[in-house]
Write a new protein. Structure first.
Length: 262
């Protein structure tokens, strides 16, 4: 089971199932369940290499965590929504559920890599097994999963793992509105930044080692020279949403975004 997107094995579900409104992230309005006008007949994007310049930055930071190919190839056994329109509505309804489950699996796997979190590794493995069991369900079963309930079961374990890594008494800015804040050179080691709004924040040279950034919004944040080498639950999508340069340090498991400065 893969937790990394493989677009070549997906029927472009992220280009059809979600809806989006015209904004800084998307150049147009698109209702849920309607194919993006840039989607070609072969399920590829006609402007893939020009998404940012054409006003579709939101597409460049989207990550399905491998849910797309699983729904396409396993749940619906390779039957695509164009040749089998009778499955289209159900496929589009199942996709966000699978994405949520795969995202949880990704975070659990990340927590299991944290050595200080060993006291909760047993519970995390059990939570992972149950989440994976749910992900193997048929379309009807998947459509009826209460995703919020699954999150409520897993999130306390992820938080406990985070606390074991960060230690007690660390800065708590969970869910904080830090939009556009000047945080240059800030010592954010071990900080709780879960769900923090860091849109457009100036984080140049900030120290984010061991900071918990699960769900933090880094859109347009300036990470030039920042140190995120040990940031907890940092995703590729979060890096892709920000700007950085050659001095920005981050985990070796992630890739330097193409749009970052030299």
């Amino acid at each position: 089971m893969e937790l990394r997107a493989d677009c070549a094995r997906c029927f472009a579900l992220c280009c059809v199932a979600p809806g989006f409104a015209a904004s800084a992230d998307f150049a147009i309005d698109k209702p849920a369940g309607r194919p993006c006008p840039n989607l070609r007949a072969d399920f590829r994007c006609a402007i893939h290499h020009r998404l940012r310049e054409r006003g579709f930055a939101g597409c460049t930071v989207y990550d399905c965590f491998g849910a797309g190919q699983r729904v396409s190839q396993e749940t619906f056994a390779g039957r695509d929504w164009r040749r089998h329109p009778e499955f289209a509505a159900q496929m589009f309804a199942v996709f966000p559920v699978m994405r949520a489950l795969h995202e949880l699996l990704w975070y659990v796997d990340a927590a299991l890599e944290l050595k200080p979190a060993r006291p909760v590794h047993g519970e995390l493995r059990r939570a992972r097994a149950e989440t994976e069991r749910l992900a193997t369900g048929d379309p009807d079963a998947l459509a009826n999963i209460d995703v919020d309930e699954r999150r409520r079961a897993v999130n306390p374990l992820l938080l406990r793992a985070s606390e074991l890594v960060r230690g007690a008494g660390r800065l708590d800015r969970r869910g904080a509105d830090l939009i556009g804040e000047d945080l240059r050179g800030a010592d954010l080691r071990g900080a709780n930044l879960r769900g923090a709004l860091l849109v457009g924040a100036d984080l140049r040279r900030a120290d984010l080692r061991r900071a918990d950034v699960i769900g933090a919004d880094f859109r347009g944040a300036d990470l030039r020279g920042a140190d995120l080498t040990e940031a907890i639950f940092l995703t590729q999508a979060q890096l892709d949403a920000a700007s950085g340069d050659a001095r920005t340090a981050f985990p070796a498991t992630l890739a330097r975004p193409e749009h970052w400065r030299p």
